[in-house]
Design a protein around this ligand. Structure first.
Ligand code: UDP
Ligand code: MG
Length: 314
């Protein structure tokens, strides 16, 4: 009895890696016993010939299916689309740059067959990522997991295996701004973790700049926690308490020694301090309101221009 499994692969300007990806992945898939595979490739609005190469793959090998986005919607949207169309009994999202080792797939399938509904792949060593990225990632996980009820496992990316039951649960989540790591964690299910060493990128550059990562982190925190919104009640209360104490101090001082110096400095400091606190809190409100605004418009998270291949599958 053979089972159909889906590989979900986002591609954004990966022309340089596609052939190597196919060459690396196919023998691995063939080696997993009792399986058939479909490989859903999402071209996320690439501008470098990625699409042509993917279509050529799909024409040569019916296991490849290609979704062409109308523009770049981002990795989260690409993964969402691949998961939406996946037909497999299990789905494995994997990066196109071979930073997620295909060699792990056999063990993931084995763990799934042994009863796991989610098989996580954890990077035991991230030395292929830069110092900065590792440190900021570590801070992000710490902050996120402290603020949010949905705990994201540290050093786990999107590379994982999900049973059909998990995939169907994900498809029910209606939000448009999809922070996949968070959604994956939110749905839960019986989980097993495997360790691997993260390889350096095969070719080309990372598609995430520092600012994109910052926004990604904001997306994660605001999507899964309201703590940053609520904290201002307490910050406000603390400031108010401080102000009252300071007022008492001034009254006492004036009563004892009279009014010596007009307090320019303290006034100025107090005004700028409270001004900043208010701006920060308003900015935070803005982050949430912006997201509420985006969600209420209910625009789809991606648009597909065309799909290629895979029509003969059931
Ligand atoms: N990617 C995508 N859309 C984007 C950015 C990235 O589909 O807007 C894909 C990219 O082609 C790759 C995966 O997401 O397959 C991971 O991207 P990358 O390797 O640049 O991220 P990193 O490994 O540096 O975190
Ligand atoms: Mg990468």
């Amino acid at each position: 009895m053979s089972q159909l499994l889906t590989l979900a692969v986002p591609f954004y300007n990966e022309a340089a890696t596609i052939q190597a990806f196919a060459d690396a992945i196919l023998p691995v898939l063939d080696a997993v016993p009792d399986t058939q595979w479909e490989i859903v490739c999402v071209d996320d609005g690439s501008s470098d010939g990625t699409l042509l190469k993917l279509v050529a793959l799909a024409q040569a090998d019916p296991r490849f299916r290609v979704l062409e986005f109308s523009r770049n919607f981002g990795k989260e949207a690409a993964l969402t689309a691949a998961i939406d169309v996946a037909r497999g009994e299990a789905v494995i999202p994997i990066d196109a740059d071979l930073q997620d080792p295909p060699a792990l797939i056999g063990r993931m399938v084995q763990a799934w067959r042994d009863g796991a509904e989610v098989v996580l792949a954890r990077r035991s060593d991230r030395s292929s990522d830069g110092m900065m990225k590792r440190q900021t990632a570590a801070w992000f996980y710490k902050l996120h997991n402290r603020l949010s009820n949905t705990k994201i496992p540290e050093n786990v990316g999107d590379f994982r295996l999900m049973d059909r039951i998990v995939v169907d649960a994900l498809k029910q989540l209606p939000e448009r701004q999809r922070f996949m790591k968070g959604l994956f964690a939110w749905v839960g299910f019986r989980t097993v973790t495997l360790d691997y060493v993260r390889a350096p990128r095969l070719a080309g550059n990372t598609k995430f700049s520092g600012f994109a990562l910052w926004n990604f982190a904001l997306e994660g925190v605001t999507g899964f926690s309201t703590a940053p919104l609520k904290i201002w009640t307490y910050v406000g209360a603390l400031c108010a308490l401080g102000t009252v104490l300071y007022a008492i101090y001034i009254v006492v001082l004036t009563a004892m020694y009279g009014n010596k110096v007009p307090g320019y400095a303290s006034l100025f400091v107090a005004i700028t301090f409270f001004g900043s606190v208010q701006l920060i809190s308003i900015g935070l409100l803005g982050e949430y309101i912006g997201r509420i605004y985006l969600e209420t418009k209910q625009r789809p998270s991606y648009l597909i221009r065309k799909t290629y291949g895979g029509t003969d599958a059931t």
